[in-house]
Design a protein around this ligand. Structure first.
Ligand code: PHB
Length: 391
């Protein structure tokens, strides 16, 4: 017998044809698929809060339709993500899928989005090539080349010549390592060792010993959201924060979700990224205040803002299509849209369906006694450099 979780392609298509008979045309169901449990649970929690906040502050009605957000926990397992995506389309008549806490989870849904012609709005995963895997993928998070290349530029301008890189060993880590190293070496810098750590439950101790032995001027790090606090703890435990090795990273490491608890070892860490809860704009002040009111004890991170913007993107696309939910029409409407996000001005590149956004250079500092990523330089309107390099 077939396992009940297994849905054949033919059964999936048959279910797609049958589903609209039961659908309420006035309701637009959005399937938000996230890791709500397991190692990436902080991403799920932040993203759910971000999407809910958008609906709370903008209402659940757009272009004559009522938005219904259905949240599903994929536990961080790609086969579960894929099955949930199929179920949401076939059984819940979902007109858009959103979320995807890790690159393999976003990739698992790409063929489903293509077959069903349903938009897949990637609000977390950040390996550059994801948007190439389906014409129905649009992204509101970021790409690692977008964040890592500016870090290399900053090193070159700040008299740093010898660097060790340490990245999680999968798509976004490989992107971060490549784009940091290529830009740095092209500008005359030297990467003396490239270290890769396992994605699942990493113990950083043996890798940090190698960094200590290499004694570079700086250590460049990418780890997915949720691993930064443990890394910082082990970095400090080995005395590396006082060893003269400067810590630099993409902003995933000094994630706002964990930063307040990282302690003084994080002070002075320079990162490049697209969002800080400390970003100085009226839009961000309103966003942070509303987020913290709705979610006591939480501070929004870049995942929350990407889910908030994922909803903003869908609402604007529905306005443009006058409420039509046809996947091709929605994707066409999303291309080229621009708006002011809590992170600053953003746009959807019509050629790549990736987000164009400012990348900020930030330093961890205390603001009113709490640790924040304080922005001190802006690189405006950065397109994903990986796709730009192919044109
Ligand atoms: C990813 O798996 O693509 C990913 C996850 C978390 C991040 C960045 C990238 O912080």
């Amino acid at each position: 017998m077939m396992p009940s979780r297994w849905i054949s392609s033919a059964a999936f298509v048959a279910a797609l044809i049958a589903a609209p008979a039961f659908a309420d045309d006035n309701v637009v169901t959005v399937g938000l698929i996230l890791p709500m449990t397991g190692q990436q649970a902080s991403t799920g929690k932040q993203e759910q809060a971000g999407a809910n906040l958008y609906i709370q502050t903008h209402g659940d009605k757009v272009a004559g339709k009522t938005i219904s957000l259905v949240v599903k926990d994929d536990t961080g397992a790609p086969d579960v993500t894929k099955r949930l995506a199929q179920d949401l389309i076939a059984n819940d008549n979902a007109k858009a899928l959103m979320g995807f806490g890790l690159t393999p989870l976003a990739l698992a849904v790409a063929p489903v989005a293509t077959e069903a012609k349903v938009p897949e709005i990637v609000t977390a995963a950040a390996t550059a090539m994801i948007t190439e895997k389906s014409p129905y993928i649009v992204r509101t998070s970021f790409t690692l080349p977008q964040a890592a290349a500016p870090m290399a530029e900053w090193c070159l301008k700040n008299n740093i010549h010898k660097v060790v890189t340490l990245v999680a060993d999968y798509g976004p880590g490989n992107d971060a390592e490549k784009w940091f190293s290529d830009v740095f070496e092209k500008g005359g810098g030297q990467v003396i060792e490239k270290i890769r750590t396992p994605l699942k439950s990493p113990d950083f101790a043996p890798f940090l010993q190698r960094v200590k032995d290499d004694a570079p001027e700086a250590l460049f790090v990418f780890l997915p959201s949720g691993q930064g606090a443990e890394f910082m703890k082990q970095f400090a435990e080995r005395g590396l924060d006082k060893s003269g090795v400067r810590l630099i990273a993409t902003g995933d490491v000094t994630d706002d979700d964990q930063l307040a608890g990282m302690g003084d070892a994080a002070l002075g860490v320079v990162t490049t990224h697209h969002y800080s809860a400390n970003h100085d704009s009226p839009e961000n002040k309103a966003f942070v205040e509303a987020f913290e009111k709705a979610n006591p004890g939480m501070r929004p991170n870049f995942m929350a803002v990407a889910a908030y913007d994922g909803m903003a993107l869908l609402y604007q696309a529905l306005e443009k299509t006058k409420g039509a939910t046809d996947g091709d029409a929605l994707i066409a409407a999303m291309k080229g849209l621009s708006w002011v996000s809590p992170r600053g001005p953003v746009a959807i590149d019509p050629d790549t369906r990736d987000i164009v956004q400012n990348i900020y250079v930030r330093k961890v500092d205390k603001v009113d006694g709490a640790l924040f990523n304080v922005e001190f330089d802006t690189i405006p309107n950065v397109k994903d450099p990986y796709k730009a390099s192919k044109n």
